[in-house]
Write a protein that binds this ligand. Structure first.
Ligand code: G4P
Length: 524
């Protein structure tokens, strides 16, 4: 069993929208022979039938909400790529996915370098000590110089870059890649549309100089320079501690440098390691089954109005049909319907090992952060809930549908789609929703209408900041201008909402004894 776990790599791609995450996902799957033509996963090239309500919302918004977990075999390794939502808005799902991976690929657009969402996601990786491999994409298009990009990584996020290969030809005039450790020079031949693997051939230095003259010489000189600044070897402890990041160059669209990236993930990304339980005791990989629910998705397939819980296997061997225990309730959980997801396709999964992701259907009782186990019991720490920055009052617009509305709100809260806040003052009819990204509100309204049959409207509130408080401080805050205290339904926490950090600062100065704790003890 440890051998099976040792073969697994669970990772995610973090990037700013448009950096090429979907394209890279396709290219990785293509190289790993999981698909035969690029476009099959996200339906871009194949334009396969779009089936669920989710997809309809995604299409309408031009975004991807449905996170899939892709599994593919590469050489002797089983790669599990957990898809983070690719839209510009932030949602709690993204954070949750990062709590279930052992490594992340930070994908940069060669012309743009570090962008806001990359930075935000990187912060989560850093806080959770997730090791990061950097892939500089779109080298076939005009972009910045490689040294400048490395410098930016080092200066802005303090991550020590360790380039594993080096591009020949400036961005936009991509000739090939020199492998730093061996000096091997690989050139690529584009296939039409990049739909198939690019052809790779290796040139010796003589042939390289003859073919790519100045560009090759420049790259060799840069490499010599590089050796003085960034040593040639990956410092594994520094990488695993999230201090240093191996960097690779390439272009996902024409498939250049993608195989090398897969090799890097296989060789460098850590296999599953023992996960600590709530008391800080690690659950050994070979212990009986345990898994962490990191995402719950309802209504993925309208043909079966179901709810799928995505579980990351943390220890032991999973066998379909096992009866597990749901740590939060102590109740048994049957796993007759276990599936693996591949893009929009599902397959029954019979066996899974640490590092794998399984989708459990009919998982109405499961919430993100829950633990499932086989004896002996274990409970993993909850996935921290993140500080909301967007708030709005939601109201049912159909008279006579209040019951459905209430049921929907309760369900969406339980699933972790948004946080639901309430107060005696506001009452049950119009709860306050709190979200990390405003897209979460759209999802709530869409699902209330289509899944629960209750149309609803949302009025945004002018708060942008929440602090945890206690009953005594809540009392003192009552009646203060532009401050409101609400109770989070799921855990009863008291949250004080403020318009902005200036108002918060003012309140703190005037009432220095109040308890106003930041919520973003998040990933720490
Ligand atoms: P995302 O999921 O991160 O949002 O990005 P996506 O893969 O959709 O890529 C964004 C755009 O960048 C796409 O172009 C895609 O073709 C392009 N792209 C991705 N990787 C590369 C690359 O290595 N080289 C070049 N030249 N382009 C790349 P689009 O025109 O917006 O979409 P499409 O119509 O081509 O699908």
């Amino acid at each position: 069993m440890p051998a099976e776990a040792g073969k697994r790599r669970a990772f995610a791609v973090i990037s700013h929208p448009d950096a090429g995450k979907s394209t890279l996902t396709e290219a990785l799957a293509l190289h790993a022979s999981a698909i035969t033509q690029a476009g099959a996963v996200h339906g871009k090239a194949g334009r396969r039938g779009v089936t669920s309500d989710w997809m309809a919302l995604e299409r309408a918004r031009g975004i991807s909400i449905t996170s899939a977990a892709l599994r593919f075999d590469y050489r002797d390794t089983v790669l599990n790529l957990l898809d983070t939502p690719g839209h510009a808005d932030f949602s709690e799902d993204t954070y949750r996915v990062l709590s279930a991976v052992d490594c992340a690929i930070m994908l940069l657009d060669s012309a743009k370098g570090l962008e806001p969402q990359t930075l935000k996601l990187f912060d989560v990786c850093r806080a959770r000590a997730v090791p990061v491999i950097t892939f500089v994409n779109k080298w076939d298009r005009p972009g910045r110089s490689p040294l400048e990009l490395l410098d930016e990584i080092e200066q802005r996020i303090g991550l020590h870059p360790a380039p594993l290969n080096w591009p020949v030809g400036v961005a936009g005039d991509f000739r090939g890649l020199i492998e730093r450790e061996t000096g091997e020079y690989t050139i690529f031949t584009r296939t039409p549309g990049g739909a198939d693997r690019a052809l790779e051939s290796v040139l010796d230095p003589g042939a390289a100089a003859a073919r790519d003259g100045d560009a090759y010489e420049t790259a060799v000189e840069e490499l010599a320079l590089l050796d003085e600044v960034y040593g040639p070897d990956v410092d594994m402890p520094a990488f695993q501690a999230g201090v240093s990041s191996p960097v690779l160059f390439g272009a996902a669209l024409p498939n250049f440098g993608v195989r090398r990236l897969l090799d890097a993930v296989t060789a460098l990304a850590p296999p599953p390691s023992p996960r600590e339980d709530v008391k800080g005791a690690p659950r050994a990989i070979e212990s009986p089954f345990s898994g962490l629910v990191f995402k719950v998705q309802a209504n993925m397939d309208p043909a079966h109005r179901d709810r799928v819980a995505f579980v990351r296997v943390c220890s032991g061997r999973f066998e379909r049909g096992m009866v597990l225990t749901h740590a939060a309730t102590g109740r048994p959980f049957a796993t007759k319907y276990a599936q693996s997801m591949f893009g929009q396709d599902r397959e029954t999964v019979d066996v899974a090992y640490p590092g794998d992701v399984i989708g459990l259907v009919n998982a109405a009782a499961l919430r993100p952060g829950d633990t499932l186990y086989s004896e002996p019991p274990v409970e993993f720490p909850p996935i921290p809930s993140f500080a909301p920055e967007h708030f709005g009052v939601v109201r049912c617009s159909d008279a006579g549908k209040h019951k459905q509305f209430r049921r929907g709100i309760e369900q969406l809260d339980t699933e972790g789609v948004v946080q639901v806040l309430s107060s005696d003052l506001r009452g049950d009819q119009a709860p306050v929703l709190a979200a990390v990204g405003p897209l979460q509100f759209d999802v709530v309204l869409h699902r209330l209408e289509h899944e629960f049959g209750a149309r609803a409207g949302l009025d945004h509130l002018d708060y942008t900041l929440a602090r945890r408080t206690d009953a005594a401080s809540a009392e003192a805050l009552r009646g203060q201008r532009a401050v409101e205290v609400l109770t989070r339904r799921l855990d009863g926490a008291l949250l004080a909402l403020f318009a902005d950090k200036w108002r918060l600062g003012q309140v703190q100065r005037e009432n220095p004894d109040l308890l106003l704790e930041p919520l973003l003890a998040d990933a720490a």
